[in-house]
Design a protein around this ligand. Structure first.
Ligand code: SF4
Length: 365
């Protein structure tokens, strides 16, 4: 509600939290690097100018939290190849159509006559399949645990309705595997993680325990209102300064220790863990979800074989390094000059949750 939103944006509380953060790190002689791995956090941090408000000992960086951004180029190429397949309707969330593939994009294919439709839920794709029995309807399943249960629900609904012309081209990713991978990257020193809000509502705060136990990196599950983010930063800063590494939950009004078992159960009926490739990071073991053999009839990759071009990453685009938090958008020579939200070169400029798009919109703050 309006009141609740206002309550998490109160400037007086924000000032008090900033004072507490300053007091916490006052005698801390190093700089601590805190990473958020959630596109909504990226947007909130830019939108509210939070980075500029923090003391110099705290450096906030963005990690691989934008689902469209982490989807590798060969996935876009396969979607393009499917869009060119006669009698195929591609259904997708809006952002994906603008992500450049090796030599085309879904937007370009649409302009050339391909039937590509933006949907707001995988269930919309089911409805399109039911109305077009002579066509094959493919849904582009891109996202984290927040969206995957709804895709699983759509597959189960299609099965129940006896639809044989619906399938999913999946690139589903999971947390916290990439956080574990980044923690062991010797070039990157992450002192603490602001853990995602929505994803944690499904997987639960306890999902971050292995990182804390294996890598001794503090994790704080944080909401995405400005006061949530500031509280999350304060909780992380306290842990770092005190030498603690624990899982703490700032967002307990939504996230439970065990998450949402019902949603996970639906997800696990249709999907199973697999290794997955992340743009810029490479293959991370156990970091993806693929459709189980029991539901292989809904797996577009198996059902609709197509020739896919050799993947070509765009020269000069630093998306991969940006997703690892190693560089900022301003470090990319194409930023603002050649790469803009109207004409994006890389995925990080396409999605509004992408770091390049956020910095383009709000500036380097
Ligand atoms: Fe890639 Fe564009 Fe970001 Fe540069 S500004 S890293 S080209 S998305």
């Amino acid at each position: 509600s309006q009141d609740l939103t206002t309550a998490y944006r109160d400037p007086a509380v924000a000032r008090a939290l900033l004072r507490q953060i300053e007091t916490t790190v006052r005698n801390y002689r190093r700089q601590m690097t805190l990473m958020e791995v959630c596109g909504t956090h990226t947007m909130a941090i830019y939108q509210h100018g939070i980075r500029a408000l923090l003391p110099e000992q705290i450096r906030l960086i963005s990690g691989p939290g934008c689902p469209v951004c982490v989807t590798p180029v060969d996935y876009v190429d396969r979607a393009v190849a499917l869009a060119r397949r006669p009698g195929t309707i591609i259904t997708t969330f809006g952002d994906m159509v603008r992500v450049p593939g090796s030599s085309s994009s879904l937007l370009r294919e649409q302009a050339a006559g391909a039937d590509i439709r933006i949907v707001y839920s995988p269930l919309d794709a089911i409805a399109i399949a039911a109305c077009n029995p002579g066509k094959e309807v493919v849904f582009l399943g891109v996202g984290f645990e927040t969206t995957t249960p709804t895709v699983a629900g759509a597959v189960l609904a299609a099965e129940k309705q006896g639809l044989t012309n619906f399938s999913v081209l999946g690139s589903h990713k999971t947390m916290p595997a990439p956080m574990m991978a980044l923690t062991s990257d010797p070039e990157l020193q992450v002192d603490g993680y602001l853990c995602p809000a929505h994803v944690s509502a499904i997987i639960g705060a306890d999902a971050y325990r292995p990182i804390v136990e294996a890598c001794r990196v503090p994790c704080v599950v944080t909401g995405f209102e400005p006061l949530d983010v500031l509280r999350g930063v304060l909780m992380l800063a306290r842990q770092v300064v005190e030498g603690r590494a624990e899982v703490e939950n700032e967002y307990s009004r939504v996230v439970r220790p065990d998450g949402n078992p019902k949603a996970r159960q639906i997800l696990e009926t249709v999907f199973e863990p697999c290794d997955a490739r992340w743009r810029g990071i490479g293959v991370i073991p156990g970091s993806g979800l693929r459709i189980r053999n029991s539901h292989a009839a809904f797996n577009a990759e198996l059902k609709l074989p197509v020739e896919v071009e050799e993947p070509v990453e765009h020269k000069g685009c630093l998306c991969g390094e940006i997703l690892k938090g190693k560089v900022r958008p301003g470090d990319c020579p194409l930023f603002r000059k050649i790469c803009t939200p109207e004409d994006p070169v890389g995925a990080c400029m396409v999605s509004s949750e992408g770091t390049c798009a956020a910095e383009y919109k709000y500036g380097n703050i």
